[in-house]
Design a protein around this ligand. Structure first.
Ligand code: PHE
Length: 347
């Protein structure tokens, strides 16, 4: 190998070894730059005798052309490698299976509440919602349940570390009954001075909270409050309303409804409502599903209404209880564990 061939191959070796375009350009400078080795050789031509110059010049230029070709090839290879690396970094694997979008579904309690709301709506009841954090007056006092009265301990209430304008601790409502007060007061204000005052017929579904936890009690559960108040609304109307609800909700005529005497400060007389199916898996057992009673005159007064003019009943339905009976669920806690294996069965 002559001296020029060696020069070409050492240039090629340097070019091949250059890992980046910048280093390739440095290698180029060593051979083709102003002080590069090829340039030196060309400069040295001047010292040669005239008759050698032409042949030597041609040889050097040939070597230079080969070096430049090698350089160009390396530049392209590096650019190609760079492009490929970039494409690889941004690659989308179109063969990956897609992520399924979950379709979601309705919770059995939500289904139950919607069903009950629709049934009451068909009987002319308005549907109202209200706050879960309540004042002491709304949850208790307005409902004829004064401070220090033993009936307050019927519910072991959660309190919120915050006081209302009267300086009383706020509570997580232990029942939906405050909605009787909120709705009736709104109604009384809206229809003030009207004779006769239009009837109140409303249900109020929602979450309620009590310090309680076992197979049949959860610290958070659901009630549907009901209130029907007018000039002449009586217990017999409650019985009709309730029997209609049970008939439509459970899609059967084969049941009995029983009013069992009880006590609530806000109703007098008061009753627990029990139902008993004549057939099916629960046949023959009395099941408690609601509290109820004729609205107490003190409560009607707190509604801003005249208990001599307005009479009627209220009830509080255990919505989770209805869901459990309908779907045959025996542990209330299953409803609130959020276990998809359980919840998927209802969708
Ligand atoms: N608020 C009562 C409870 O939670 C239920 C009830 C509502 C009773 C309305 C009578 C009238 O136990």
């Amino acid at each position: 190998m002559n001296e020029l061939d060696q020069l070409v191959s050492s240039a090629q070796a340097d070019f091949d070894a250059a890992p980046t375009p910048a280093e390739l350009e440095n290698a180029k400078a060593r051979f083709l730059g102003k002080a590069g080795r090829v340039t030196e050789l060309l400069k040295a031509l001047g010292t040669l005798p005239v008759e050698q110059k032409k042949a030597r010049g041609a040889e050097i230029n040939q070597a230079k052309a080969r070096i430049e070709a090698g350089l160009q090839a390396c530049r392209e290879a590096l650019a190609q490698a760079e492009l490929e690396a970039q494409l690889r970094a941004e690659a989308l694997d179109v063969t990956l299976p897609g992520r399924l979008r979950g379709t979601g579904g309705m919770h059995p309690v939500s289904r139950t509440m919607e069903r009950i709301e629709a049934i009451f709506a068909s009987m002319g009841f308005d549907v109202a919602e209200g706050p879960e954090i309540e004042t002491d007056w709304m949850s208790f006092t307005a409902l004829n349940n004064p401070e220090n009265h033993p009936a307050r301990s019927m519910q072991d209430t959660f309190y919120v570390d915050m006081k209302d304008a009267q300086g009383r601790w706020l509570n997580l409502r232990p029942h939906t009954s405050p909605m009787q007060v909120r709705y009736a007061r709104m109604h009384a204000a809206r229809h003030a001075g009207k004779h006769p005052m239009p009837e109140i017929r409303v249900i109020a579904p929602g979450r309620v909270f009590r310090v309680d936890s076992d197979a049949t009690h959860s610290p958070m559960f659901h009630q549907i409050e009901g209130l029907w108040l007018g000039a002449n609304i009586a217990f017999k109307d409650l019985k009709v309303v309730f029997a209609s609800l049970v008939r439509e909700f459970f899609e059967t005529d084969d049941f009995d409804v029983r009013f069992r005497p009880s006590f609530f400060p806000f109703t007098e007389p008061s009753a627990e409502i029990d139902i008993r199916f004549g057939s099916g898996p629960l046949a023959g057992r009395w099941l408690e599903v609601a509290g109820s009673g004729q609205v107490h005159p003190n409560v009607v007064r707190n509604f801003g209404l005249d208990p001599e003019q307005q009479i009627g009943f209220a009830f509080g339905i255990g919505a989770d209880r209805f869901a459990m009976l309908r779907y045959g669920i025996d542990d209330l806690r299953l409803m609130f564990d959020g276990d998809l294996r359980f919840l998927k069965q209802f969708n």
